[in-house]
Design a protein around this ligand. Structure first.
Ligand code: GTP
Ligand code: NAG
Ligand code: NAG
Ligand code: NAG
Ligand code: MG
Length: 327
């Protein structure tokens, strides 16, 4: 928490300048004129291309010619790799051992009149704390943009969820409004895994999905009724170049599903599914009353944390002193 707060202080003048440069550079991007031709599309196997052409065709029939996808999640879970997989180009740097990007990046691609925008973001948890400054940067970056779908990324090959996971979900709900979760898809990476001995792949994926979904429902205060009306779908992803392929050369998961077309289908069904897209305006960025109260609480929380840590340190020192005597 303290580290995150210090980072926030350091980032203040810096983010101000990003805001200015953002005014000059991203306006064309949001209007679509900066979108490049989608060359990566031709890298997909023909079977995948055919399915995608079909899906985008259906979108255009509905009068939708732009899709904006926001990607968020903890550090190192595979956000940038997923962006690269979906675009079919190596657009984002991927780093195994350290945080790669410090601010959001939007990748735009144009294919026969259809624009796909994917916004990659810095990890929302770094060094064991929720990265609130990163969340602020993301909010500012998204000003005047419309988000059709949120991909909330985590790893499939993780065995636990903890309170930090819940905190990230809450932070996203506070920052963008709880509604953003009704536009979300839970993406689980590293999907080509060997499950533990005693359970099948299907059972493992459904239990892991349910554990993360439960955390999302708790963190975003989604009521049971709401979660039944708008269940958050789950998409499995394997970004590794060693992903198995079937005879059509499509990347397939251990359950035989070709995951790229399947993920795009889920994304499109969320985008076109009744509930409104998330429009990020100044009001949202300035935050609701509850947000401001949250911000005022931050110094108090840090104070209390410091106090507790001091108490523990003292207790440990006392313990060591005692231990020394008894030896
Ligand atoms: N095996 C496997 N490795 C993956 C997968 N997705 C990502 N990785 C690896 O995980 C590491 C981190 O991936 P990134 O895509 O950089 O993760 P990120 O969430 O963008 O990380 P930050 O931007 O630092 O928050 C890299 O070494 C990737 O190659 C996956 O589905 N399977
Ligand atoms: C966002 O939209 C508002 C109202 O339409 C406008 O006043 C403002 O300049 C826009 N800001 C950016 C950064 O585009
Ligand atoms: C590859 O997998 C996809 C998705 O399961 C399927 O539609 C396709 O027919 C498969 N191709 C072959 C040759 O098995
Ligand atoms: C979209 O909405 C319909 C009903 O409105 C529902 O049956 C369907 O499951 C929804 N799809 C997703 C992906 O939420
Ligand atoms: Mg990244």
């Amino acid at each position: 928490m303290l580290v995150a707060f210090l980072r926030f202080l350091i980032s203040l003048p810096y983010s101000q300048s990003i805001r200015l440069s953002f005014r000059c550079t991203s306006i064309p991007a949001s209007m679509g004129s900066a979108a490049r031709e989608w060359v990566g599309f031709k890298q997909f196997p023909t079977a995948t291309q055919d399915k995608l052409v079909d899906l985008f065709g259906k979108l255009k029939e509905q009068g939708v010619n732009t899709l904006t996808i926001l990607v968020m999640g903890k550090g190192g879970v595979g956000k940038s790799s997923t962006v690269n997989s979906l675009i079919g180009e190596r657009v984002m740097n991927v780093n195994s051992f350290q945080a790669e990007i410090v601010r959001p990046v939007m990748v735009s691609r144009l294919r026969s009149g259809f624009t796909i925008n994917i916004i990659d973001t810095p990890g929302l948890v770094e060094g064991g704390y929720v990265n609130y400054p990163a969340l602020e940067l993301i909010k500012r970056f998204l000003l005047n943009k419309t988000i059709d779908v949120l991909l909330y990324v985590d790893r499939l090959d993780s065995y636990r969820v903890d309170d930090l996971d819940r905190q990230i979900v809450s932070a996203i709900a506070d920052g963008f409004g709880k509604e953003i979760w009704s536009k979300s898809l839970l993406v689980l990476t590293h999907a080509q895994l060997c499950p533990p001995d005693d359970i099948s792949y299907e059972v493992f994926t459904s239990r892991r999905s349910e554990a993360v979904l439960k955390t999302i429902r708790t963190g975003a205060c989604i009521k049971k009724r709401e979660s039944e009306d708008y269940p958050i779908p789950v998409g499995l992803v394997e970004n590794s170049g060693r992903c198995n392929k079937n005879e059509s050369d499509e990347k397939v998961l251990p359950n035989g599903v070709a995951w790229i077309p399947s993920l795009v289908e889920e994304i499109i069904s969320i985008a076109t599914n009744g509930s409104k897209a998330i429009v990020v305006d100044q009001k949202l960025i300035d935050g609701s009353g509850s947000n401001d109260r949250g911000k005022l609480l931050i110094p108090a929380v840090i104070g209390v944390q410091w106090f507790i840590v001091e108490l523990i340190k003292r207790a440990i020192r006392a313990d060591i002193a005692k231990g020394g005597r008894s030896l």
